[in-house]
Design a protein around this ligand. Structure first.
Ligand SMILES: [Zn+2]
Length: 118
């Protein structure tokens, strides 16, 4: 890949990282002991009736899966940023070939080339 493209991808990844962290921090707390690990806050209200409680549980389940999705994406973004620093960015983790530029433009944190992704 062309070297002059790296700063552009780095910028996009850093933006994405900030966005993901902001999104996560609205409903989850960062786990201080494990790097890049987040825990969804569990809203606990005692003065609710059963029906509302059930709603809360569903809501919490949704938050957990959202938290999981965002956390996984954040991990990919962080690891892509590390690769930009240390080298090896834009190389498919499966076949070792370069990941297509057009794919990285859409998804700069991508770890696999288009062929391996399919
Ligand atoms: Zn590949």
């Amino acid at each position: 890949m062309k070297k002059e493209l790296l700063p552009k991808f780095k910028e996009a990844l850093e933006e994405e990282k900030t966005k993901l962290e902001n999104e996560l921090s609205t409903f989850a707390t960062k786990d201080a002991s494990i790097e890049n690990n987040w825990d969804a806050k569990h809203v606990n209200r005692e003065d609710t009736d059963m029906e509302e409680k059930a709603d809360e549980v569903t809501e919490y389940d949704n938050l957990l899966s959202l938290e999981h999705t965002l956390e996984l994406k954040l991990k990919d973004v962080v690891s892509a940023l590390e690769k930009i620093e240390k080298g090896g960015y834009g190389v498919c983790e499966k076949c070792g070939k370069e990941i297509e530029e057009k794919r990285l433009k859409v998804c700069p944190e991508g770890r696999l080339c288009m062929k391996c992704k399919e």
